[in-house]
Design a protein. Structure first.
Ligand code: SF4
Ligand code: SF4
Ligand code: SF4
Ligand code: FES
Ligand code: FES
Lengths: 156, 771
C-alpha cells in the first residue's frame, strides 16, 4: 500500500499535479501495476484536487484502464460462434477446474488474466486462444493446460 | 449587448446576443420540449429531445435548441415533420429501455418523461430490445430511493450534485448501452460521501432518484404545495412544502428565493419530524388541584396563565418573571413577546435562544463597521477570490454560505478552512487548519499580526476608509506569533503561510458561523474579523465581506425586534433613558429601566429563587445544552411555568399551563435572515386541532394583561415595530413581496445589499487586537 502510493506520487510529480495531466498519469499508473488500484485513484483525486467521481468515470470510460488487477500476460479465449461450437466451453471448464479461474479473473500470482474475446478472424483453426498477440490453433483442454503451465513458469 | 432577430415558425423574435434558441422560443411563446435541460443547471446537450430545424437556403439541420445559440437571421421550425420524427424516435428509444411502470411509480403525475410520452403519443414498444435490469431501491440510505432502471441519462443529477451542492457524488460510467449513473467505485451513497442535500432527487425528471418519504402513501396530485421561508437556520431559504393531511411529505428549494436560489440543506430538506410527530400538541392543558394535566380550551388556559402571571408580578415585581423564546419565531412574535415582557410584565427579562451568540456579533460589528450584521448578501461569497472559513461546521449549520464558498472555489478561489475536525468543506479547501476548539479568535489575531507586520494590507483602502489603524498596530506589537501558535495548536509557519495565502488574492471573504455547541464568542472576535477584512479592502465590495452568522433561523429578527434583555427594538439600549422614552411614548406605558437577564442568567436566577415565573415559547429548555439535572431542578422550583410549543416536550411535564403552538411553516409573518433580508412567511398548512400560531397566543396573553398594548394583527405589529427600527422604517407588512429587501431600507422601500463605504470620510474603525 505504502509502496503503491509512493509509486503513484512519483508518477504525479513527473507530470505535475494538475487536472490536465490526468490521462497521462492514469496511463502510467495503469502501466506500472497493469491496473488502477483503488488507492491510486484516491491519491490522484486528492493530489489533482479533482472529485473522485470524475477520476473514476475516466477510469471506467477507456478500455485501456482496468479497475481490477490484471496478470502480466493476457490469455484471450475466443468465444466466437465457430470456436464455441468447436469446444471453447471445454477450454474454459478446464481453467475453472485447474485454477478456479473465471473469464475476467486473474491468478493470484498475477501471472495471467483470463479473458474471452469475440471472433478473432481465425475461425479455420477454431478453437483458438491468443496470448500476447500470438494465436494458438485447434486448442484442446490438455494443450490449454500445458500452455498455462508454461506461462506461469515463465512469469515466476 | 447586441440584439438579434430571428424567425421561429414564421414569427419574428428579438433576443440579446448569447441567448439560446430555446430562450428565444420561450420569449415568442413557442413550446419546445426539453428533458435534460433545466433552467437552474448548466447546459448540457444530453437528450436532444429539444431538436428544432435550422433552415438555411436549400438545406437544413437539426440542432438542440437548449444549447444552440440564436443567431441573426436564423429561420427556425419547431414543429416540422423532420423535427417531429426525430423527437418521437428519441422518446421511443427512451421508452424501449424503461420499465414503463407508471401505474405503480411514485413519479406518476409529476414525471417529465410521462408528460412527454403523453403529449407526443409515443408507443412504449416501438423498439423491442434489451432492457436494463438494475436492482430496484438499490441504495440503503434513509432519504433517497434509487431505481436506475428508470434513469433517462439526462445527467441532471450529476450537474446538480456538482453545480448546486458541489459534492460531486454522481458520475456517469460505461459506454453505449452500458452507460449508467453511478457513484465512484459503485459505493453506497453514504460511503461515497453523499451529503444528503437531496438536490439530485429534486432535479431528477423521473423517479430514478426520488424521495423515500410519502412513497406508496399518496400520489403527486394529492399533495398540497405551499411556499414559505425555512427557519431552521439563519440562511432563511425559500422552501416549497408538499403537504398531505396536515403532514409535511417533501420539501423543495424555491428557485425564486434570493438567498438559496433553489438549494436546501439536509436539515431544511429532511428534518420535519417535529411537525409530523404524533406528539403534536392539539389542545391546551392546565394543571389541576391534584397536580395532573387536564385538557382545556385555549382561551381558558390563556385566562389562567394571564391571571397567574399578573399575580406574581403584583407580589414580587417584574424581576421575578422571565420570558424565553426559541429560534424559529417570526418578527411579529418576537416583537410582541418583548412588548409583553416590558410593557405588561414590567421586566427586561426577555431573551431568545440565539441571543447570547447574536449579542457579541451585533456589538462587535456595529462598533467596527457601523452596522451589526453581515456586510454582504450570501450570493456575494461566490464572487470571492479567497476565503477563510471558521466556526461552525458550515455545511451543516450554515449550508448556503458553504455552497457559495464551494462555487467560488470552482471559479478559482482559494479556501482555507479552520476547524478542529476535517469537516466536509475541507475537501474543497486548499488548506485545512486543525485549530484547537475555541481558538478562532486567536487565529484571527495571528492573521492580523502577519498581515500587518509583513505589510500585506491594502494601504490605500485603510487610509481612505478606516480610523485608528495605529491602535491595531500598537496592540499587535505586544502579541507574538508564538503565543498565537500556542493557543491555536498550529505552528508559526502554518499561520504565516495561511495568512499570506489568504491575503494573496482579493476580494476575500471571511465566513464565521456561530455554533450553539460552543460558548458564545466575545465581541473582539468580530472586531478582529472586521479588521482583517478592512485590511484587505474586502468589506462591502462585491465578493469581499464578512459573513457573520448567528445560531438560529430568525436570530437576526429576534435582535432587530428587541427580543433580548439589553436592547429594545431597533437596538435602542435599555440603559439609556432617551431610548426607553421613545419606546414608552409609542406604547403609552413605562418601559422598565432595570437591566434584564439573558437566558443562562434566568436559569441561575430560578435556582436562587429570584425568578419565580417563566414563559417559554417554541423552545425546549432541555435542549439548551444545560445539564439535565440543572434544568429539572430549576423547572421544579418555579411557581409558574407556561410552556408554549408545537409538540409535547419534556418541559411540558413540569408546566402549570401548556399552550399548543405552531411550527414555522404553519405561520404567517416575517423573518430576517443573516444577510439582513426581511422575508415573508406564508403558512403552508393550518396548525393542528386547537393549536394556534404563537402570535395569536402571545396576543391573547397581552390582550388579557394589558389590552391596549395588543396590536390587532400581524401587519399592525410589524408596522408598529418598524417605527422603532430605523433601518426598517419605510417597510410595510402589506407591501413586502416575494423577494424581501435587505436592511437598511431606503425611503423608497428598496434595500441595501452591501455595507456602503463613504467617499468623504472614513466610516470603518479598528480596535485593539486581543489574543
Ligand atoms: S419514471 Fe415516469 S415514465 Fe417512468 S415509470 Fe415512473 S412515472 Fe412512468
Ligand atoms: S443528495 Fe446531494 S450530495 Fe448526495 S448525491 Fe444527491 S446531490 Fe449529491
Ligand atoms: S438519475 Fe435521474 S437525473 Fe440522473 S441521469 Fe438518470 S434520470 Fe437524469
Ligand atoms: S470464432 Fe473464434 S476465431 Fe472466429
Ligand atoms: S433538452 Fe436539449 S439536449 Fe436535452
Amino acid at each position: 500500500m505504502e509502496q503503491i502510493l509512493q509509486d503513484v506520487d512519483a508518477v504525479i510529480d513527473q507530470w505535475g499535479a494538475k487536472p490536465e495531466s490526468l490521462l497521462q498519469i492514469m496511463l502510467d499508473v495503469n502501466h506500472k501495476f497493469n491496473y488502477l488500484p483503488k488507492e491510486s485513484l484516491l491519491r490522484i483525486s486528492e493530489r489533482l484536487r479533482m472529485p473522485i467521481s470524475q477520476v473514476y468515470s475516466v477510469a471506467n470510460f477507456f478500455k485501456v484502464f482496468s479497475l481490477t488487477p490484471r496478470g502480466r500476460t493476457m490469455v484471450q479465449v475466443c468465444t466466437g460462434t465457430a470456436c464455441h461450437v468447436k469446444g471453447t466451453p471445454k477450454l474454459l471448464d478446464r481453467m475453472r477446474q485447474d485454477l478456479g479461474l473465471e473469464p475476467g479473473q486473474t491468478t493470484e500470482d498475477l501471472a495471467l488474466t483470463l479473458e474471452t474475446v469475440n471472433c478473432v478472424g481465425a475461425c479455420a483453426s477454431a478453437p483458438v486462444v491468443v496470448v500476447s498477440g500470438e494465436t494458438y490453433s485447434e486448442m484442446t483442454p490438455n494443450k490449454m493446460a500445458a500452455l498455462i503451465k508454461e506461462i506461469k513458469a515463465k512469469s515466476a | 449587448m447586441a440584439t438579434i432577430t430571428l424567425k421561429i415558425n414564421g414569427q419574428e423574435v428579438q433576443v440579446e446576443e448569447g441567448a439560446t434558441i430555446l430562450d428565444a422560443a420561450k420569449k415568442a411563446g413557442v413550446y419546445i420540449p426539453t428533458l435534460c435541460y433545466h433552467p437552474y443547471l448548466p447546459l448540457e446537450e444530453a437528450c436532444r429531445i429539444c431538436v428544432v430545424e435550422d433552415v438555411r437556403r436549400g438545406w437544413s439541420t437539426l440542432v438542440a435548441a437548449c444549447v444552440f445559440p440564436a443567431r441573426q437571421g436564423m429561420v427556425i421550425e419547431t414543429d416540422s415533420e423532420k423535427v417531429q420524427e426525430s423527437r418521437k424516435t428519441i422518446l421511443e428509444l427512451l421508452l424501449s429501455d424503461h420499465p414503463n411502470a407508471c401505474m405503480t411509480c411514485q413519479a406518476t403525475g409529476d414525471c417529465e418523461l410521462q408528460d412527454l410520452a403523453y403529449r407526443f403519443r409515443v408507443k412504449a414498444d416501438a423498439y423491442p430490445g434489451e432492457r436494463h435490469k438494475h436492482p430496484v431501491d438499490s441504495d440503503p440510505n434513509p432519504y433517497l430511493h434509487i431505481d436506475m432502471n428508470k434513469c433517462v441519462l439526462c445527467r441532471r443529477c450529476i450537474r446538480a450534485c456538482h453545480d448546486v451542492q458541489g459534492a460531486d457524488i454522481w458520475t456517469k460510467v460505461g459506454r453505449g448501452f452500458e452507460q449508467r449513473i453511478s457513484t465512484a467505485f459503485e459505493l453506497p451513497l453514504q460511503e461515497a460521501g453523499c451529503e444528503f442535500c437531496g438536490h439530485c432527487a429534486d432535479f431528477c425528471p423521473v423517479d430514478a432518484i426520488g424521495f423515500r418519504s410519502g412513497r406508496y402513501e399518496m400520489r403527486a396530485w394529492q399533495l398540497q404545495k405551499g411556499t414559505t421561508i425555512c427557519l431552521q437556520c439563519p440562511m432563511g431559504c425559500g422552501a416549497v412544502y408538499d403537504t398531505y393531511k396536515g403532514k409535511v411529505v417533501t420539501v423543495h428549494g424555491d428557485f425564486k428565493a434570493p438567498s438559496n436560489t433553489g438549494a436546501l440543506c439536509k436539515v431544511g430538506r429532511f428534518n420535519y419530524n417535529f411537525v409530523n410527530t404524533p406528539d403534536r400538541l392539539q389542545t391546551a392543558y392546565v394543571r389541576d388541584g391534584s397536580g395532573d394535566h387536564a385538557p382545556t380550551t385555549v382561551d381558558a388556559a390563556l385566562d389562567t396563565a394571564a391571571a397567574k402571571l399578573a399575580e406574581i408580578v403584583e407580589k414580587h415585581g417584574g424581576a421575578a418573571v422571565g420570558v424565553l423564546a426559541g429560534g424559529m419565531l417570526t418578527n411579529e412574535e418576537y416583537y410582541l413577546l418583548q412588548k409583553l415582557a416590558r410593557g405588561a410584565l414590567k421586566t427586561n427579562n426577555v431573551d431568545n435562544v440565539a441571543g447570547p451568540w447574536q449579542l457579541p456579533l451585533y456589538e462587535g460589528l456595529s462598533s467596527s463597521l457601523g452596522w451589526g450584521a453581515m456586510t454582504n448578501p450570501l450570493d456575494d461569497i461566490a464572487l470571492a477570490k479567497s476565503l477563510l472559513v471558521l466556526g461552525s461546521n458550515t455545511l451543516e449549520k450554515h449550508a448556503i454560505a458553504a455552497l457559495r464558498a464551494r462555487k467560488a472555489v470552482r471559479n478559482g478561489a482559494v479556501m482555507i478552512v479552520a476547524h478542529p475536525d476535517r469537516v466536509a468543506l475541507t475537501k474543497n479547501a486548499e488548506k485545512h487548519l486543525a485549530i484547537q476548539p475555541g481558538s478562532e479568535s486567536s487565529l484571527l489575531c495571528g492573521f492580523l499580526k502577519v498581515i500587518v507586520s509583513e505589510k500585506l494590507f491594502d494601504a490605500a483602502f485603510v487610509e481612505k476608509h478606516t480610523q485608528e489603524f495605529d491602535k491595531l498596530e500598537r496592540s499587535l506589537e505586544k502579541i507574538t506569533l508564538k503565543d498565537v501558535a500556542e493557543r491555536t495548536g498550529l505552528t508559526e509557519e502554518a499561520i504565516q503561510d495561511a495568512a499570506r495565502l489568504y491575503a494573496s488574492k482579493r476580494p476575500s471573504f471571511l465566513i464565521y458561523g456561530a455554533d450553539m455547541a460552543q460558548e458564545p464568542a466575545n465581541e473582539s472576535l468580530y472586531r478582529m474579523g472586521a479588521a482583517l477584512q478592512m485590511l484587505l479592502g474586502s468589506v462591502g465590495v462585491p465578493g469581499g465581506g464578512f459573513a457573520a452568522m448567528g445560531v438560529s433561523g430568525n436570530a437576526q429578527g429576534a435582535a432587530d425586534f428587541g427580543a433580548w434583555p439589553k436592547y429594545l427594538p431597533g437596538y435602542r439600549s435599555v440603559s439609556q433613558a432617551a431610548a426607553r422614552k421613545t419606546v414608552s411614548n409609542l406604547w403609552g406605558v413605562e418601559v422598565p429601566g432595570e437591566g434584564g437577564l439573558s437566558w443562562p442568567q434566568m436559569f441561575e436566577a430560578i435556582e436562587k429563587g429570584e425568578l419565580k415565573a417563566l414563559y417559554v415559547v417554541g423552545v425546549n429548555p432541555f435542549e439548551l445544552g444545560l445539564p439535565e439535572r440543572a434544568v429539572e431542578s430549576a423547572l421544579a422550583k418555579l411557581q409558574l411555568l407556561v410552556v408554549q410549543d408545537c409538540s409535547k416536550t419534556k418541559a411540558a411535564d413540569y408546566a402549570h399551563v401548556v399552550l399548543p403552538g405552531a411550527a414555522f411553516m404553519e405561520k404567517d409573518g416575517t423573518a430576517v435572515n443573516c444577510e439582513r433580508r426581511v422575508q415573508k412567511l406564508t403558512a403552508v398548512m393550518a396548525p393542528l386541532g386547537d393549536a394556534r400560531a404563537d402570535f395569536d397566543l402571545i396576543q391573547g396573553l397581552l390582550g388579557r394583561l394589558k389590552a391596549d398594548l395588543a396590536p390587532a394583527d400581524r401587519a399592525q405589529a410589524f408596522d408598529e415595530a418598524v417605527q422603532l427600527i430605523k433601518d426598517m422604517g419605510p417597510l410595510r407588512y402589506a407591501a413586502l413581496g416575494e423577494k424581501g429587501p435587505c436592511w437598511p431600507i431606503r425611503e423608497d422601500g428598496s434595500g441595501t445589499d452591501r455595507l456602503p463605504l463613504s467617499e468623504d470620510k472614513p466610516s470603518l474603525k479598528f480596535f485593539a487586537a486581543r489574543l
